[in-house]
Design a protein around this ligand. Structure first.
Ligand SMILES: Nc1ncnc2c1ncn2[C@@H]1O[C@H](COP(=O)(O)OP(=O)(O)OP(=O)(O)O)[C@@H](O)[C@H]1O
Ligand SMILES: [Mg+2]
Length: 343
């Protein structure tokens, strides 16, 4: 069922971001947006008090934005779920597919299948070639229930739930088949997630536990700084080599190189299966994408066109907001993608 106004709620490790979009006009229209720091340890904990603190922060944010709560879409972090593009299935009906996917999930989900919720999207199904290709998401019930519990503390029941990369793909690529094959790299606080999207469909995903927090810690250690000070230096100097005798650059370069090698691995894995479909561009999302010098560093290292994410493209917004939106653009990628879902 379609909704006129959708509230996207991105419950990140570092901050909770919210975007409200109206879907009544020709283009989706920005109604409001905002963010609040995530309480710690928040959703990293299983404790009742910690989950309640998350609920309270969400409530404060939604109230301050006057965000409607009848259609709230949330996402689960990539690091907590399992996704796979299953390619080895014959032509199957919807009913046959449901049981085939349960069977396939046993291969890539390291949990008993009855402990996960399975969701799938058919990528391709052809009688002639006798092939079905499906994108499958397996979300551990224990993780889903934790998110529901935190929101249940404020009597909020999400309208839909998806994953960070599904939302980011919708915001940055959408279903436009003409957009060239794209790799999205989403650098958050606790992890960095990778996805390759072709013709509006995710064909590969990966998540590694190196994110913005790791960069800050590396600076703190290298320069013997307090965490807060390291965080500020990171945001100001980033990967700019000729600043501060290159010290910040040297502190974080080994970790950024971990992201580069993972990107290369994802590109190779994708290309091995899709040799006729080259990746044409890389989009950096998440607040970590704002690291000074990151776009250039990536472009030099992987030899592809690299750009910072702009999830606001294609969304109608008040002209007075445009500058603020630009500086915060990559941070709101997931929240925009969630609010773009309208069925
Ligand atoms: N200008 C900047 N330069 C570099 N890093 C930045 C900048 N602004 C924010 N960050 C970093 O981005 C990280 C937060 O990113 P983001 O808000 O996307 O994470 P999150 O969604 O809360 O976390 P996660 O996705 O891991 O759950 C923090 O580590 C922060 O230091
Ligand atoms: Mg995030």
């Amino acid at each position: 069922m379609a909704a006129n106004i959708v509230t996207g709620l991105d419950l990140g490790a570092h901050s909770i971001k919210c975007v409200v979009l109206s879907h009544t006009g020709k283009l989706p229209k920005l109604v409001s947006l905002g963010s609040v720091a995530s309480p710690q340890p928040g959703l990293a904990s299983d404790g009742d008090i910690d989950l309640e603190a998350v609920g309270t922060s969400v409530e404060q944010l939604l109230t301050s934005l006057k965000a409607p709560t009848d259609a709230v879409v949330i996402s689960l972090p990539e690091s907590k779920i399992f996704t796979r593009v299953v390619t080895d299935l014959p032509f199957l009906t919807d009913e046959e597919l449901a049981s085939a996917i349960k069977y396939s999930a046993e291969e890539f989900v390291p949990l008993p299948v009855d402990q996960v919720n399975l969701y799938w999207q058919v990528i391709d199904r052809q009688k002639q070639t006798n092939k079905t290709q499906v994108f499958v998401v397996a979300s551990p019930k224990i993780v889903v229930n934790k998110y529901l519990k935190a929101l249940g503390k404020i009597q909020l029941k999400p309208w839909a739930m998806e994953t960070d990369l599904v939302a980011a793909a919708r915001a940055l690529v959408g279903s436009n088949e003409l957009v060239p094959t794209t790799m999205v790299i989403q650098m958050g606080a606790s992890s960095t997630d990778f996805a390759v999207i072709s013709k509006g469909v995710i064909l590969i995903t990966r998540s590694i536990a190196t994110g913005g927090i790791a960069l800050t810690r590396a600076i703190a250690q290298y320069l013997n700084f307090e965490i807060l000070q390291a965080e500020e230096y990171k945001k100001v100097y980033g990967l700019i080599e000729d600043q501060l005798e290159g010290k910040i650059y040297q502190a974080i370069k080994p970790l950024v190189d971990v992201l580069i090698s993972e990107s290369s691995r994802v590109i190779q894995a994708f290309q091995a299966k899709n040799s006729d479909n080259p990746i044409k561009r890389v989009v950096l999302a998440g607040s970590g994408a704002k690291l000074p010098g990151l776009v250039g560093y990536f472009a030099n290292s992987i030899g592809l066109e690299v750009q910072e994410a702009d999830p606001w493209d294609g969304i109608e917004k008040d002209p007075s907001l445009v500058t603020k939106l630009a500086s915060e653009a990559p941070s709101y990628t997931v929240a925009v993608g969630l609010a773009l879902r309208n069925e």
